[in-house]
Design a protein around this ligand. Structure first.
Ligand SMILES: Nc1ncnc2c1ncn2[C@@H]1O[C@H](COP(=O)(O)OP(=O)(O)O)[C@@H](O)[C@H]1O
Ligand SMILES: [Mg+2]
Length: 326
């Protein structure tokens, strides 16, 4: 049984560079596992998803970008504020082609510049619409939507659309749209997952962001620890390494058994490296303790030595499934 039964919108955030886009893609594939149809949305116009799945650039038209084992599908969409605005004006104000004419005189730039929150409403609005869209048979078109969201520093504000537009629209379609989005984002149908590394800065940002989300009453999903490295020392040797007490004779014997140079200088250098490694393991343990205190489902993904290509995304997806993410 998945940790996220009933969740229709998965928002993935994290400090930039921790693997937000990679994890969003892997999560979408994991969720697609049981023959499900999942929409993976990108809002920052970087084409990170297209690159990961090795497909052509994504745009405002949803299309299939990957197939999951068991018949599932991942569809991709890059939401662009301008296109969302056209669609919005066409639907709510019946402007149709006139919306494009407005754009020619710089309307979209104008509107989103005077009201930055409007841009976020447009971006989240499209995502919101996809979570509830039904097909002609009355079934949801997507079993879930995964959003590759802005990084931790901006995500709470991005999701807190009601606050950002309430000053700009107290009534009317923008207000109604913001209210509808807010009710989804504050409901158990949403989960915001935070990607981190076992390093001080991203862990601190994870702790801060989860606190912010909780204050904003937006449901916090999982903590995803990405790029986890295998420890090279067990507990006993870690303690010895930290204290500078690793037996040089053992190191020398190991080197010669592997037919490697085993001079005293090399042995000494390895003792220093082992001490540094032991320190890093201590720091990682402290990081895990801070993350554990957040009391959220936690998934671990290894650092892949070859980096991330489309095949690797499938492997990461399988690991997420094994850990209960889907
Ligand atoms: N588990 C992993 N193992 C190895 N490299 C990874 C892993 N996760 C992400 N990366 C690499 O780290 C870099 C940043 O990942 P990305 O998903 O683009 O992060 P973000 O969206 O947070 O900026 C990319 O080069 C990506 O291939
Ligand atoms: Mg990214």
């Amino acid at each position: 049984m998945s940790d996220w039964e009933g969740v229709r919108l998965h928002v993935v955030t994290g400090k930039g560079g921790t693997g937000k886009t990679t994890v969003a893609a892997a999560l979408a594939l994991a969720l697609a596992g049981d023959g499900h149809k999942i929409l993976l949305v990108e809002v920052e116009e970087r084409q990170g998803l297209a690159h990961l799945f090795d497909v052509g650039p994504l745009d405002y038209t949803e299309r299939r970008i990957a197939s999951a084992p068991g018949g599932g599908e991942v569809h991709g969409l890059a939401v662009d504020a301008r296109e969302a605005m056209h669609e919005y004006l066409a639907i709510f104000y019946r402007l149709g082609r006139a919306a494009r004419a407005l754009d020619k005189v710089g309307f979209v730039e104008f509107a989103t510049t005077i009201a930055p929150g409007l841009r976020d409403v447009l971006l989240t609005g499209k995502t919101y619409e996809a979570t509830r869209r039904k097909d002609p048979q009355g079934e949801f078109q997507y079993d879930a939507v995964v959003l590759d969201a802005p990084p931790t520093g901006r995500v709470t504000r991005f999701l807190d659309v009601n606050t950002s537009v309430s000053s700009l629209a107290r009534v009317g379609p923008i207000h109604r749209q913001a209210t509808a989005i807010t009710s989804l984002l504050h409901s158990p149908r949403t989960a915001v997952h935070v990607v981190t590394l076992l390093e001080d800065m991203p862990v601190q940002e994870t702790v801060d962001t989860i606190e912010e989300l909780r204050q904003a009453r937006i449901p916090v999903g999982a903590v995803v620890i990405n790029q986890v490295r295998q420890p090279h020392l067990d507990d006993v040797h870690q303690q010895a390494a930290r204290a500078g007490e690793l037996d040089p004779e053992l190191i020398r014997a190991g080197l010669s058994a592997a037919a490697l140079p085993d001079s005293a200088a090399i042995v000494e250098r390895l003792r220093v490296e082992a001490a540094e490694h032991a320190e890093r393991l201590d720091a990682e343990r402290a990081a895990r303790a801070s993350l554990g205190a957040l009391d959220r489902p936690t998934y671990n993904l290894p650092r892949l030595p070859e980096g991330v290509d489309p095949t690797a995304v499938y492997e990461l997806a399988e690991m997420l499934r094994e850990q209960g993410a889907a």
